[in-house]
Every structure is written in structure tokens, then in C-alpha cells.
Design a protein around this ligand. Structure first.
Ligand SMILES: Cc1cc2nc3c(=O)[nH]c(=O)nc-3n(C[C@H](O)[C@H](O)[C@H](O)COP(=O)(O)O)c2cc1C
Length: 381
């Protein structure tokens, strides 16, 4: 096996180990995938200032996100169907994050349930909420997150209807996945994945099945999911959610200055500048392009986090330099998980940590608190 040196190596390995329909589910954006690509390519356009002959000993990447100590400001983003990249994927990723010292965020649309993840972790994780029409179900979900000791609720605001992903349609991916002969063939080509999947019984949306009204089997679960995302969700509902939860609240999916100002007014603890990894509004700007003006507008009132396109420690450092207090990774940890399970998630985090540490030093800084716009190079042309 070739050495795993960068996130792209984990992606290559995941492509070989995860059935095509699930690998494609992670490696896709909506429509033309223009925003998905921009998230990555806009990072590459930002250049760093090389500084020399400054003391670069005793470095640390430690900081806080919403008041919680983190070994580096990189949380695992909520991702649906993570337990299809690898059997028990959410539990493995949560364990890796806990061991490493960064937050793990569990998606509403996860395979492993809130209780499953709580059963294998000691430290609190974060729970991401999709708001469904059935508010009793939402109330109950929030209650379960509280009972599991979750320390933050991440309210996703940018997916009340779904941006179309062509690859998922071409692959005939449904939620939850239905197995066609083509899918079975794709899975048969990935024996390691199949073997692990046969050893677990966690293969459906366990936050939902058995908890939502009239959802008892796969067919009713599919129908429920399709009709439940509430398109009427508005700022008024945030107040209700805040009241039900009563704890730290993060609003995810704010990509516009006006929306960021609205979010700050709700009294939330943080916002995530995000376009859902380029999976929703195709044609929107990249997250990193929008970050500086959002920080300018609300950074003094609310903690600003960002995600989308981070593929290296250099990218994280650029986001921090442009004002983010924290970042999240989606695909990088999914590729790690698909490639090597829990060990692969740890590897993804370790790669990013090392890159970030060396890059910070080569920019002449020894701690994150000193990283600001001064490490960004001007365009010399
Ligand atoms: C496969 C996949 C599934 C996702 N599912 C969710 C989800 O259930 N809830 C959510 O808030 N965001 C979801 N997202 C968006 C991520 O939380 C995050 O915003 C995005 O992945 C960041 O971009 P990156 O993958 O380039 O790091 C998903 C992203 C991917 C790639």
C-alpha cells in the first residue's frame, strides 16, 4: 500500500474500499458542482507569507470552540449516512474525535443513533438538528440529545429542500438505501466493506426508525423522510428551538452577511459559514470567499466558524487567519473512515494537525492566538 501522506491519499483508498454509490454520495456537489469545486479552489488562491529567523519553538494549536477546549480548531462536520462509508461509521468517527481532542457532530440523518454514539464515548459530542414538520418528533430528538449529554445543538438552516445531486440519481441512491442488483454488484466488489457491514445491525436511520410516528420499516421510513423536511422553517422557529434546547446553539449554513446578522440577533453561540459542502445552492460563493465579510459584520458579537473545501492544515490556517474561530471537515474525515475506519479518521486529523503546525511555524507564528490576516500574502501582480 502506498504511504498515506495527505487527504488525497485517503480519498484514493476510500474510492477503492467503499461501494461506488456511497463513495459518490460523499464526493458530490449539487448540479454542476461549481460551488463544490470553488470551495476547494478558492483556498488554493490564497497565498501565505513566508517569514524567517523568528523563534518557532514551543508551538501549540490548542484553542476553544464555543468555550470548549480543542486540540486544534477542527471539528468533524455532521454528515448523513456516515455508517454507510464504513460499518458503525458514526461511532468510530466519534471515538477517533474524542481520542484526538476535537468535537464530533452527529447528523440527524445518521445511521448510528444518538444513543449508539453516547454508548461508546465519554465526552459530550454535538448534535446536528434538521427541523421536521413533526414538531413532536423534533422535541423528542432534542430531548434525546440532552439526555445523551450533548453539549451543543447545531441547527442546519440550508437544507429544507434538497439541491439535486446528479450522481446520486444516476446511482439510484435512495434514503434509506434500497438494494438493487447493480448495488449488490458494487458491494460484492468491496468485500472488506461487506464483511464489516455483515457484523453490525446498524444499517438504517436509527435516530428516526422506531422514534417517528408510523415509521416501522424501510418503506415507511423512506416516505417519512421525503415529506418531513419543513420548507416553512424560518427565523421565528429558531426561538422555539432555542427554548426547547436551552443549551449552546450553533446555526449552520449562513453564507450571507444579512443572514449572519439575523443569526447573531437570535443569541446563538456561533454560526457556521457554510454552503453545505457545495451540495445545496450551486452557483453560491465558496465559504472561504464569504468568510471575511461575515467576520467583519458579526465577528464581534458571535463566534464565526466555517466549513467547505478544507483539505489540509494550510486551509485551516487560512480560515483562522481570515477570522474563523473554528472550522469543520466533512469529506476529509469521511474519506479516512471509508479508507481505514476509526484509524483512518485519526489519520485524517493527524495529517491536518501536522500540516497546520508546520505551516504556522513557517509563517512565523507559535500559537493560534497570533494567527491573523498578517500571515496572508498580498497579490504581488
Ligand atoms: C456526504 C455528506 C453528507 C452530509 N450530510 C449533512 C447532514 O446530514 N447535515 C448537515 O448539516 N450537513 C451535512 N453535510 C455538510 C457538512 O456538514 C459540511 O457542511 C460539509 O461537508 C463541509 O464541506 P467539506 O466536505 O468540503 O469539508 C454533508 C456533507 C457530506 C459531504
Amino acid at each position: 500500500m502506498k504511504p498515506i501522506l495527505e487527504i488525497a491519499d485517503l480519498k484514493d483508498l476510500a474510492r477503492r474500499r467503499v461501494p461506488k454509490l456511497f463513495f459518490d454520495y460523499a464526493d458530490s456537489g449539487s448540479y454542476t458542482e461549481g460551488t463544490y469545486r470553488a470551495n476547494e479552489s478558492d483556498f488554493a488562491r490564497i497565498k501565505l507569507r513566508q517569514r524567517v529567523l523568528v523563534d518557532m519553538s514551543d508551538r501549540t494549536l490548542e484553542t476553544t470552540m464555543i468555550g470548549e477546549k480543542v486540540r486544534m480548531p477542527v471539528a468533524l462536520a455532521p454528515t448523513g449516512l456516515t455508517g454507510m462509508q464504513h460499518a458503525d461509521g458514526e461511532m468510530l468517527a466519534a471515538k477517533a474525535a474524542e481520542e484526538f481532542g476535537v468535537p464530533f457532530t452527529l447528523s440527524t440523518m445518521s445511521i448510528c443513533s444518538i444513543e449508539d454514539v453516547a454508548s461508546v464515548t465519554k465526552r459530550p459530542f454535538w448534535f446536528q438538528l434538521y427541523v421536521m414538520r413533526d414538531r413532536e418528533f423534533v422535541k423528542n430528538l432534542i430531548e434525546r440529545a440532552r439526555a445523551a449529554g450533548c453539549s451543543a445543538l447545531v441547527l442546519t438552516a440550508d437544507l429544507q429542500l434538497l439541491g439535486q445531486r446528479h450522481k446520486d440519481i444516476r446511482n439510484n441512491l435512495s434514503a434509506p438505501p434500497k438494494l438493487t442488483p447493480k448495488h449488490l454488484c458494487q458491494m460484492a466488489m468491496r468485500p472488506r466493506w461487506c464483511w464489516n457491514m455483515l457484523k453490525t445491525d446498524r444499517r438504517t436511520f436509527r435516530n428516526i426508525q422506531g422514534h417517528a410516528k408510523n415509521v416501522s420499516d424501510l418503506a415507511s421510513l423512506g416516505a417519512w423522510t421525503a415529506e418531513q423536511f419543513d420548507p416553512k422553517l424560518s427565523w421565528k422557529d429558531v426561538e422555539w428551538i432555542k427554548k426547547q434546547w436551552g443549551g449552546k446553539l450553533i446555526i449552520k449554513g449562513t453564507l450571507d452577511v444579512e443572514d449572519a446578522k439575523m443569526a447573531a440577533r437570535t443569541g446563538a453561540d456561533a454560526i457556521v459559514v457554510s454552503n453545505h459542502g457545495g451540495r445545496q445552492l450551486d452557483g453560491a460563493h465558496s465559504s472561504i470567499a464569504m468568510l471575511p465579510r461575515i467576520v467583519d459584520a458579526v465577528g464581534h458579537r458571535i463566534e464565526v466558524h466555517m466549513d467547505g473545501g478544507i483539505r489540509s492544515g494550510q486551509d485551516v490556517l487560512k480560515a483562522i487567519a481570515l477570522g474563523a474561530k473554528g472550522t469543520y471537515i466533512g469529506r476529509p474525515f469521511l474519506y479516512g473512515l471509508g479508507a481505514m475506519g476509526e484509524q483512518g479518521v485519526t489519520k485524517a486529523l493527524e495529517i491536518i494537525r501536522k500540516e497546520m503546525d508546520v505551516t504556522m511555524a513557517l509563517c512565523g507564528k507559535r500559537q493560534l492566538a497570533d494567527v491573523d490576516k498578517s500571515i496572508i500574502a498580498e497579490n504581488p501582480f
